[in-house]
Design a protein around this ligand. Structure first.
Ligand SMILES: Cc1ncc(COP(=O)(O)O)c(C=O)c1O
Length: 480
């Protein structure tokens, strides 16, 4: 097997025949949901240098299969409930292989017409699911929610803010908005004080009356409100801000309303669509298919109610692009570099298009519903359990709980949440970690995987309750 010309495609089938079964074996549910490198493996990887002469691909693929890809937090494992998990359908993985072999230049409409037609169709379908007018809407695929949110900020700035008002600009979001929101503002040159924090209610949702009050106060003080960022499925608790009431305020003050639905926009394809009520009135929505639409990393979208606006903000021209530019193109046939930040990009949407085609939307709906239902079941297991408090009720597929033995200090109780998560991680059975709500450490479960079973959830809670009881009997374990 020789790759000394770099282009030995002929040996690829043999390599795949050998390694695909090895890799697919890792997808079985009896494998740990989390595994880390040991010291020896870590050192071995650090010492692998590049040399003038190439090596046998089998030797290197063995190392990759054993040390690199097996020793990680499997974010697509059914029992991974940390961060926002990424349950992946093999339907998505198949298209990853297809994309990497055919390598379409997806940015150019003429360069890869088929992928563009299908991407466009998929984006319009997603827009329709949100309640936007499919013909008027537009959007693009991008690497993740962070890029989609950042792009929405650019649109909002260009549509709603005069250049001379930049220093007086104000953005509105709650403290539950994802960190990519503050980052987008910073990257665009806004100062931290240009984000006005809107209060949340007991459910961690934006309070519309406070939003209105703060916009009015900012205007009175000579500032220029231009953008409201609401969230559909916050990272911490999964709640959806009251979108209809927020849209009323957007109308009153003529602002841009962006919804970060990186996690929760997928609810639009579930039986629980009504929780997104009002999303059809927003201006733009971030939607990560690599979070809760069963796609490999990465696959995200910005969907815009008025698709024509994208061209205003992102259009670029160059003499070397003229050969593939078409003055008569409809806005649905626009080249990717004219409607988004990226130029070269993969045909990401093909994964989602194929998944929708093959699975069918009824299966997608059931798979999403399962996430809603799993978390309700998990919450039931915590209900009335001594020493445990449900801190935030199930929303989307997220639940937060806290182990609170009577008489323990806040400091010790906070440390207990971390201890319990760390001890669980050592087992590799399931993955969950802490977050903070109202200043308290809590244990957060996010359970969107369609293959997560009730039996899994029962075992996860039994183990956790046992560990909690053990800790209550011997609190020094925290500090050992
Ligand atoms: C609500 C929300 N918005 C945005 C993001 C950022 O998305 P990405 O990691 O795809 O950039 C996340 C990530 O967890 C998220 O939960």
């Amino acid at each position: 097997m020789s790759f000394d010309t770099l282009f030995n495609w002929n040996d690829m089938p043999d390599l795949l025949e050998k390694y695909l079964p090895i890799w697919l074996n890792e997808k079985t549910v009896d494998k740990p949901s989390v595994a880390n490198l040991n010291n020896e493996e870590r050192e071995r990887l650090k010492n692998l240098s590049f040399q003038d002469q190439g090596k046998d691909p089998n030797e290197i693929l063995d190392i990759m299969s054993n040390d690199v890809y097996k020793k990680l937090w499997k974010i697509d494992h059914p029992r991974n409930m940390a961060f926002v998990p990424s349950p992946v359908s093999p339907l998505s993985s198949i298209v990853e292989i297809c994309n990497s072999i055919f390598n379409p230049y997806a940015a150019g409409y003429e360069n890869s017409e088929g992928t563009n037609i299908l991407e466009n169709k998929t984006i319009r379908f997603l827009a329709g699911a949100l309640g936007y007018d499919e013909e008027q809407a537009g959007g693009f695929s991008t690497s993740g929610g962070s890029m989609a949110n950042f792009s929405a900020f650019i649109l909002a700035r260009d549509q709603k803010l005069k250049q001379e008002d930049f220093a007086k600009a104000r953005i509105y979001a709650t403290d539950q908005a994802h960190s990519s929101i503050a980052k987008a503002a910073r990257l665009l040159g806004f100062l931290p004080q240009q984000i006005t924090k809107v209060d949340t209610d007991d459910d961690f949702k934006m309070i519309p009356a406070d939003l209105r009050h703060k916009i009015l106060a900012d205007k009175e003080n000579g500032f220029c409100p231009f953008l409201i960022v609401a969230t559909a499925g916050t990272t911490n608790t999964g709640v959806v801000d009251p979108l209809s009431e927020i849209a009323d305020i957007r109308d009153e003050f003529n602002l841009w309303l962006h919804v970060d639905g990186a996690y929760g926009a997928s609810a639009a394809l579930s039986s629980y669509r009504s929780i997104l009520s009002g999303i059809e009135r927003t201006d733009s929505v971030t939607w990560d298919a690599h979070k809760w639409l069963f796609q490999t990393l990465s696959c995200s979208f910005l969907i815009v109610r008025d698709g024509k606006l994208l061209h205003n903000s992102f259009h670029s021209s160059a003499e070397y692009l003229e050969a593939v530019e078409d003055d008569n193109a409809t806005f649905a046939e626009t080249n990717g570099w004219d409607i988004s930040i990226e130029m070269t990009r993969p045909a990401r949407t093909m994964k989602l298009w194929f998944t929708f085609q093959v699975a069918g939307m009824e299966t997608i709906q059931k798979a999403l519903d399962h996430g809603f239902e799993s978390i309700v079941y998990l919450a039931k297991l915590f209900e009335n359990k001594k020493d445990w408090r449900i801190v935030s009720e199930p929303h989307m597929s997220t639940l937060n709980v806290r182990f609170e033995p009577e008489g323990w200090s806040k400091e010790m109780t906070d440390a207990a949440q971390v201890y319990l998560c760390d001890e669980n991680l050592k087992t590799g059975f399931a993955t969950y970690i802490t977050t903070k709500l109202l200043g308290d450490k809590v244990i957060r479960f996010c359970a969107p995987h369609p293959d997560l079973t009730k039996a899994d959830l029962e075992k996860i809670t039994i183990d956790l309750f046992e560990r909690g009881a053990e800790l209550k009997a011997n609190p020094d374990l925290i500090y050992d």
